[in-house]
Write a protein that binds this ligand. Structure first.
Ligand code: C5P
Length: 300
Protein backbone atom coordinates (compact mmCIF):
# COMPACT_ATOMS: atom_id res chain seq x y z
CA UNK A 1 0.00 0.00 0.00
CA UNK A 2 1.22 3.57 -0.67
CA UNK A 3 2.27 5.72 2.34
CA UNK A 4 0.26 8.64 1.10
CA UNK A 5 -2.04 9.52 -1.80
CA UNK A 6 -2.80 12.96 -3.26
CA UNK A 7 -5.96 13.68 -5.26
CA UNK A 8 -6.66 16.85 -7.25
CA UNK A 9 -10.32 17.96 -7.50
CA UNK A 10 -11.83 20.79 -9.59
CA UNK A 11 -14.27 23.57 -8.72
CA UNK A 12 -17.56 23.87 -10.61
CA UNK A 13 -19.79 26.52 -12.08
CA UNK A 14 -23.48 25.89 -12.79
CA UNK A 15 -24.14 27.04 -16.35
CA UNK A 16 -27.83 26.37 -15.71
CA UNK A 17 -29.40 26.01 -12.29
CA UNK A 18 -33.16 25.53 -12.67
CA UNK A 19 -34.81 25.16 -9.25
CA UNK A 20 -38.23 23.62 -8.63
CA UNK A 21 -40.48 24.02 -5.60
CA UNK A 22 -39.32 22.76 -2.19
CA UNK A 23 -39.92 19.01 -1.74
CA UNK A 24 -41.31 17.32 1.36
CA UNK A 25 -37.73 16.54 2.49
CA UNK A 26 -36.76 20.24 2.25
CA UNK A 27 -34.56 19.78 -0.81
CA UNK A 28 -35.43 21.23 -4.22
CA UNK A 29 -35.62 19.27 -7.45
CA UNK A 30 -33.12 20.67 -9.92
CA UNK A 31 -32.06 20.72 -13.51
CA UNK A 32 -28.46 21.49 -12.67
CA UNK A 33 -25.96 21.73 -15.53
CA UNK A 34 -22.51 21.50 -13.98
CA UNK A 35 -19.24 22.46 -15.65
CA UNK A 36 -15.98 21.63 -13.86
CA UNK A 37 -13.38 24.40 -14.11
CA UNK A 38 -9.65 24.48 -13.57
CA UNK A 39 -9.40 25.77 -10.00
CA UNK A 40 -8.37 22.90 -7.76
CA UNK A 41 -8.11 21.71 -4.19
CA UNK A 42 -5.65 18.90 -3.42
CA UNK A 43 -6.37 16.34 -0.72
CA UNK A 44 -3.50 14.22 0.62
CA UNK A 45 -4.33 11.15 2.71
CA UNK A 46 -1.62 9.66 4.97
CA UNK A 47 -1.93 6.74 7.43
CA UNK A 48 -2.47 7.97 11.01
CA UNK A 49 -3.76 6.62 14.35
CA UNK A 50 -6.89 8.75 14.25
CA UNK A 51 -8.84 10.91 11.79
CA UNK A 52 -7.21 14.33 11.57
CA UNK A 53 -7.67 17.26 9.15
CA UNK A 54 -5.23 20.05 8.36
CA UNK A 55 -5.73 22.83 5.82
CA UNK A 56 -3.35 25.18 4.01
CA UNK A 57 -4.03 28.07 1.62
CA UNK A 58 -5.10 31.71 1.90
CA UNK A 59 -8.59 30.82 3.23
CA UNK A 60 -7.44 27.94 5.47
CA UNK A 61 -8.75 29.61 8.64
CA UNK A 62 -12.31 29.50 7.24
CA UNK A 63 -12.34 25.71 6.78
CA UNK A 64 -13.60 23.51 9.66
CA UNK A 65 -11.12 20.83 10.76
CA UNK A 66 -13.58 18.81 12.83
CA UNK A 67 -15.92 15.95 11.93
CA UNK A 68 -18.25 18.30 10.01
CA UNK A 69 -15.69 18.73 7.21
CA UNK A 70 -16.93 16.75 4.19
CA UNK A 71 -13.44 15.23 3.82
CA UNK A 72 -13.69 13.78 7.36
CA UNK A 73 -17.21 12.53 6.70
CA UNK A 74 -16.06 10.88 3.45
CA UNK A 75 -13.22 9.02 5.19
CA UNK A 76 -15.55 7.92 8.02
CA UNK A 77 -18.21 6.72 5.56
CA UNK A 78 -15.74 4.64 3.50
CA UNK A 79 -14.12 3.16 6.63
CA UNK A 80 -17.54 2.21 8.06
CA UNK A 81 -18.54 0.41 4.84
CA UNK A 82 -15.34 -1.62 4.81
CA UNK A 83 -15.25 -2.24 8.58
CA UNK A 84 -11.90 -0.59 9.10
CA UNK A 85 -10.53 2.20 11.26
CA UNK A 86 -10.88 5.69 9.78
CA UNK A 87 -7.38 6.55 11.06
CA UNK A 88 -6.03 8.91 8.41
CA UNK A 89 -4.47 12.34 8.22
CA UNK A 90 -6.17 14.37 5.48
CA UNK A 91 -4.36 17.50 4.38
CA UNK A 92 -6.37 19.89 2.20
CA UNK A 93 -4.38 22.35 0.07
CA UNK A 94 -7.25 24.78 -0.54
CA UNK A 95 -7.42 26.96 -3.63
CA UNK A 96 -11.19 26.89 -4.35
CA UNK A 97 -13.03 29.83 -2.72
CA UNK A 98 -14.61 28.80 0.61
CA UNK A 99 -18.46 28.95 0.84
CA UNK A 100 -18.37 30.59 -2.57
CA UNK A 101 -20.84 28.54 -4.63
CA UNK A 102 -18.06 26.66 -6.42
CA UNK A 103 -18.39 23.31 -4.58
CA UNK A 104 -15.10 23.62 -2.68
CA UNK A 105 -16.39 21.61 0.28
CA UNK A 106 -17.83 18.99 -2.07
CA UNK A 107 -14.48 18.81 -3.88
CA UNK A 108 -12.75 17.98 -0.59
CA UNK A 109 -15.32 15.26 0.16
CA UNK A 110 -14.85 13.62 -3.25
CA UNK A 111 -11.06 14.02 -3.04
CA UNK A 112 -10.83 12.48 0.43
CA UNK A 113 -13.00 9.55 -0.65
CA UNK A 114 -10.82 8.76 -3.67
CA UNK A 115 -7.59 9.30 -1.70
CA UNK A 116 -8.68 7.00 1.16
CA UNK A 117 -9.87 4.35 -1.31
CA UNK A 118 -6.40 4.31 -2.91
CA UNK A 119 -4.50 4.58 0.42
CA UNK A 120 -6.47 1.75 2.05
CA UNK A 121 -6.70 -0.39 -1.09
CA UNK A 122 -10.46 -0.75 -0.60
CA UNK A 123 -11.01 -0.78 -4.37
CA UNK A 124 -14.61 0.40 -4.04
CA UNK A 125 -16.47 0.23 -7.38
CA UNK A 126 -17.26 3.56 -9.03
CA UNK A 127 -21.02 3.15 -8.32
CA UNK A 128 -20.32 2.72 -4.61
CA UNK A 129 -18.07 5.79 -4.53
CA UNK A 130 -20.83 7.77 -6.26
CA UNK A 131 -23.43 6.50 -3.76
CA UNK A 132 -21.24 7.61 -0.82
CA UNK A 133 -20.75 10.98 -2.54
CA UNK A 134 -24.54 11.41 -2.87
CA UNK A 135 -24.94 10.72 0.88
CA UNK A 136 -22.35 13.40 1.66
CA UNK A 137 -24.03 16.16 -0.37
CA UNK A 138 -25.91 17.05 -3.53
CA UNK A 139 -22.85 18.38 -5.42
CA UNK A 140 -20.30 15.78 -4.28
CA UNK A 141 -20.95 13.18 -7.04
CA UNK A 142 -20.20 15.81 -9.69
CA UNK A 143 -16.90 16.70 -8.01
CA UNK A 144 -15.90 13.05 -8.47
CA UNK A 145 -16.79 12.81 -12.18
CA UNK A 146 -15.95 16.35 -13.39
CA UNK A 147 -16.27 17.37 -17.05
CA UNK A 148 -19.83 18.50 -17.63
CA UNK A 149 -23.03 16.83 -16.50
CA UNK A 150 -26.74 17.31 -16.02
CA UNK A 151 -27.79 16.77 -12.40
CA UNK A 152 -31.42 15.83 -11.68
CA UNK A 153 -33.08 15.06 -8.36
CA UNK A 154 -31.37 17.29 -5.81
CA UNK A 155 -28.40 17.41 -8.19
CA UNK A 156 -26.92 13.99 -7.40
CA UNK A 157 -28.39 11.98 -10.33
CA UNK A 158 -25.85 12.66 -13.05
CA UNK A 159 -25.83 12.27 -16.81
CA UNK A 160 -22.44 13.20 -18.32
CA UNK A 161 -22.65 15.76 -21.15
CA UNK A 162 -20.53 16.07 -24.25
CA UNK A 163 -18.64 19.36 -24.57
CA UNK A 164 -17.33 20.49 -27.97
CA UNK A 165 -14.61 22.88 -26.80
CA UNK A 166 -13.07 24.80 -23.94
CA UNK A 167 -14.75 27.79 -22.27
CA UNK A 168 -12.83 30.63 -20.62
CA UNK A 169 -14.12 32.06 -17.36
CA UNK A 170 -13.36 34.69 -14.77
CA UNK A 171 -14.44 34.11 -11.17
CA UNK A 172 -14.82 37.15 -8.92
CA UNK A 173 -14.64 36.16 -5.27
CA UNK A 174 -16.39 38.10 -2.53
CA UNK A 175 -15.55 38.77 1.10
CA UNK A 176 -17.45 36.31 3.28
CA UNK A 177 -19.41 33.28 2.07
CA UNK A 178 -23.12 32.70 1.60
CA UNK A 179 -24.83 29.74 3.26
CA UNK A 180 -26.44 27.41 0.70
CA UNK A 181 -29.49 26.64 2.93
CA UNK A 182 -29.96 30.40 3.51
CA UNK A 183 -29.97 31.07 -0.26
CA UNK A 184 -32.48 28.25 -0.89
CA UNK A 185 -34.56 29.66 1.98
CA UNK A 186 -34.53 33.08 0.33
CA UNK A 187 -35.55 31.41 -2.98
CA UNK A 188 -38.56 29.92 -1.14
CA UNK A 189 -39.42 33.32 0.36
CA UNK A 190 -39.16 35.11 -3.01
CA UNK A 191 -41.25 32.47 -4.83
CA UNK A 192 -43.88 31.98 -2.07
CA UNK A 193 -47.36 32.00 -3.59
CA UNK A 194 -46.02 31.75 -7.15
CA UNK A 195 -46.28 28.64 -9.33
CA UNK A 196 -42.69 27.32 -9.59
CA UNK A 197 -42.33 25.38 -12.87
CA UNK A 198 -40.70 21.95 -12.96
CA UNK A 199 -36.99 22.42 -13.64
CA UNK A 200 -35.89 21.43 -17.16
CA UNK A 201 -32.54 21.76 -18.93
CA UNK A 202 -32.62 24.34 -21.76
CA UNK A 203 -32.05 22.70 -25.18
CA UNK A 204 -30.17 25.82 -26.41
CA UNK A 205 -27.75 25.52 -23.49
CA UNK A 206 -27.06 21.82 -24.09
CA UNK A 207 -26.50 22.61 -27.81
CA UNK A 208 -24.06 25.40 -26.95
CA UNK A 209 -22.06 23.02 -24.73
CA UNK A 210 -22.07 20.32 -27.39
CA UNK A 211 -20.82 22.68 -30.11
CA UNK A 212 -18.38 24.59 -27.86
CA UNK A 213 -20.03 27.89 -28.83
CA UNK A 214 -19.19 30.48 -26.15
CA UNK A 215 -21.50 33.20 -27.54
CA UNK A 216 -24.45 30.80 -27.60
CA UNK A 217 -23.62 29.52 -24.11
CA UNK A 218 -23.42 33.11 -22.83
CA UNK A 219 -26.95 33.71 -24.15
CA UNK A 220 -28.28 30.62 -22.41
CA UNK A 221 -26.65 30.90 -18.94
CA UNK A 222 -29.21 30.98 -16.13
CA UNK A 223 -29.36 30.59 -12.38
CA UNK A 224 -32.70 30.54 -10.54
CA UNK A 225 -30.83 31.14 -7.26
CA UNK A 226 -29.42 34.43 -8.53
CA UNK A 227 -32.32 36.66 -7.35
CA UNK A 228 -32.04 35.06 -3.89
CA UNK A 229 -28.24 35.54 -3.76
CA UNK A 230 -28.65 39.19 -4.91
CA UNK A 231 -31.36 39.74 -2.33
CA UNK A 232 -29.02 38.55 0.44
CA UNK A 233 -25.97 40.29 -1.06
CA UNK A 234 -27.13 43.29 -3.17
CA UNK A 235 -23.54 44.41 -3.86
CA UNK A 236 -23.12 41.46 -6.26
CA UNK A 237 -25.20 43.37 -8.85
CA UNK A 238 -22.35 45.90 -9.15
CA UNK A 239 -19.79 43.10 -9.60
CA UNK A 240 -21.94 41.63 -12.39
CA UNK A 241 -22.22 45.02 -14.11
CA UNK A 242 -18.46 45.57 -13.84
CA UNK A 243 -17.55 42.23 -15.43
CA UNK A 244 -19.91 42.62 -18.38
CA UNK A 245 -18.89 46.28 -18.90
CA UNK A 246 -15.26 45.06 -19.03
CA UNK A 247 -16.05 42.80 -22.00
CA UNK A 248 -17.38 39.51 -20.63
CA UNK A 249 -19.99 37.83 -22.86
CA UNK A 250 -22.20 37.32 -19.79
CA UNK A 251 -22.01 37.03 -16.03
CA UNK A 252 -24.00 35.19 -13.38
CA UNK A 253 -23.85 34.19 -9.75
CA UNK A 254 -22.05 30.84 -9.37
CA UNK A 255 -24.44 28.36 -7.71
CA UNK A 256 -25.61 29.84 -4.39
CA UNK A 257 -22.87 32.51 -4.55
CA UNK A 258 -21.38 34.85 -3.63
CA UNK A 259 -18.73 34.12 -6.28
CA UNK A 260 -19.74 35.62 -9.64
CA UNK A 261 -18.75 33.89 -12.90
CA UNK A 262 -18.06 35.60 -16.23
CA UNK A 263 -17.87 33.77 -19.54
CA UNK A 264 -15.47 35.35 -22.05
CA UNK A 265 -14.78 34.75 -25.74
CA UNK A 266 -11.16 33.63 -25.23
CA UNK A 267 -8.30 33.49 -22.74
CA UNK A 268 -6.99 37.00 -23.56
CA UNK A 269 -10.42 38.48 -22.92
CA UNK A 270 -10.63 36.54 -19.63
CA UNK A 271 -7.33 38.09 -18.48
CA UNK A 272 -8.59 41.59 -19.39
CA UNK A 273 -11.90 41.12 -17.56
CA UNK A 274 -10.09 39.73 -14.51
CA UNK A 275 -7.73 42.74 -14.43
CA UNK A 276 -10.68 45.17 -14.66
CA UNK A 277 -12.54 43.37 -11.86
CA UNK A 278 -9.44 43.35 -9.60
CA UNK A 279 -9.03 47.14 -9.82
CA UNK A 280 -12.77 47.90 -9.61
CA UNK A 281 -13.17 47.47 -5.86
CA UNK A 282 -16.35 45.42 -6.48
CA UNK A 283 -14.83 42.06 -5.51
CA UNK A 284 -12.08 40.60 -3.34
CA UNK A 285 -10.11 39.21 -6.26
CA UNK A 286 -10.66 37.68 -9.70
CA UNK A 287 -9.33 34.36 -11.00
CA UNK A 288 -9.15 33.02 -14.54
CA UNK A 289 -10.02 29.35 -15.22
CA UNK A 290 -11.11 27.20 -18.16
CA UNK A 291 -13.60 24.35 -18.32
CA UNK A 292 -14.37 21.53 -18.70
CA UNK A 293 -11.78 20.17 -16.26
CA UNK A 294 -11.35 16.50 -15.29
CA UNK A 295 -12.95 15.20 -12.08
CA UNK A 296 -11.14 13.94 -8.98
CA UNK A 297 -7.80 12.45 -10.08
CA UNK A 298 -5.01 10.70 -8.18
CA UNK A 299 -1.85 12.71 -8.91
CA UNK A 300 0.62 11.14 -6.52
O1 C5P B 1 -26.86 18.54 -0.31
P1 C5P B 1 -26.22 19.63 0.44
O2 C5P B 1 -25.78 19.21 1.82
O3 C5P B 1 -25.11 20.31 -0.28
O4 C5P B 1 -27.33 20.73 0.63
C1 C5P B 1 -27.17 21.80 1.52
C2 C5P B 1 -28.49 22.50 1.71
O5 C5P B 1 -28.87 23.17 0.50
C3 C5P B 1 -29.66 21.58 2.01
O6 C5P B 1 -29.75 21.35 3.40
C4 C5P B 1 -30.84 22.37 1.48
O7 C5P B 1 -31.19 23.40 2.38
C5 C5P B 1 -30.25 23.05 0.27
N1 C5P B 1 -30.49 22.30 -0.99
C6 C5P B 1 -31.77 22.26 -1.52
N2 C5P B 1 -31.99 21.58 -2.69
C7 C5P B 1 -30.98 20.98 -3.35
C8 C5P B 1 -29.67 21.03 -2.84
C9 C5P B 1 -29.45 21.70 -1.64
O8 C5P B 1 -32.70 22.81 -0.95
N3 C5P B 1 -31.23 20.36 -4.49
Amino acid sequence: MPQSVTVRVPAKVNVQLAVGAARADGFHDLANVFLAVGLYDEVTATEADSLRITVSGADAALVPTDGTNLAARAAAALAARYGRSPGVHLHIAKDIPVAGGMAGGSADGAGALLACDALWGTGAPREELLAICAELGSDVPFSLIGGAALGRGRGELLTPLEVGGGFHWVFATADGGLSTPAVYGEFDRLTAGAAVPDPEPAPSLLDALRTGDAVALAGALSNDLQPAALSLRPSLAETLRTGTAAGALAGLVSGSGPTTAFLTKDEASARQVAAALRTSGTCRTARVAAGPAPGATVIG
